[in-house]
Design a protein around this ligand. Sequence first.
Ligand code: CXF
Ligand code: ZN
Length: 361
Amino acid sequence: MRAAVLNQVGDTKLELRDDVRTTDVGPKEVRIRVRATGVCHSDLSAMDGTLPALAPGIIGHEGAGEVLEVGERVDTLAVGDHVALTFVPPCGTCVNCRGGRPHLCAIHTIAAFMNPRFLIGDTPVFGYAGTGTFAEELVVPADGAVKIDADVPFEVGALVACGVMTGVGAVVNTARVAPGSTVLIIGCGGVGISAIQGARLAGAAQIVAVDPVVDKHETAKHFGATHAITPDQLAETHGALTESQGWDYAFDVVGLPGTIRSAWDNARRGGTVVVVGAGRGDAMVQFSAQELFLHDKRLLGSFYGGADVQRDYPRLLSLWRAGRLDLDGMISRRITLDEINDGLQALRGGGSLIRQIVTFG
Ligand code: CXF
Ligand code: ZN
């Protein structure tokens, strides 16, 4: 089959090949035909070493498709089912799953680092974050494929699988934004736009979007931001809109030390700071010992929007169905797998794209 291969971390291009195979389907695994996958910033982060990834590998982790084959011990899915994938398959039995924190389940994630599920000849090839959706087919644990209704477009299912879950989940699951509150969201990519939509759904009275790309400001307002500004307008807006007190909630959706620090600085005393952006392991952020207690802020990490995928994917899709979560409008561009390098380059360029979707015939 065809797949886009990351030969080495640090490569800026993927190699398109047509001789990639998946491993055989294990008893508790399923084979999926990928029908749509988003191009997420974390795919770039896998390529440049910002986030851990193994090479040779197939990246892409925001996907949806159709079940082609099920292992002999799979009874939750059947051939022909439509599914949205997840890069954190909940095992269902570990301490995190039992404790109501399935987004922190590491069982399948650790296994994915040990067991590559693609092959080129005899060479094992790893799937990124246990997935690898820049391929026509992939094999995943059955726990990693969430059944969706057959009338949900695959591209909508794909968006839910990472960006939308992460952004909406950060607001409603991690921060639990209260109706009437004021919200600052730094970064207006696919996850930031999803966070804006989450804040709108949560009933925030003020949603201020921050992004250096002015072209994104109208988009941010379309999705629910009440104000949209560049980072250099933040100080003046802080004074004008919050009486210099800061926002109730401040979300970093970039993952750089400067933007995390800005989220902290712009949350009010007693407010909530949420780090959603996926930053480098060696990038350090400074807080003084005094401000950490004196400002009485809640500093929260948000991984995968606190997803409970079996609970949250259907909820997000119900909101989409009801016209309350605009997923179709997040798709800026559709490309084919052959155009993946162009898509990655466009995302690196940092323009006004929200999400590019790779569609497969
Ligand atoms: C990432 C987090 C690290 C693994 C891949 C996905 N989240 C969103 O893109
Ligand atoms: Zn992602």
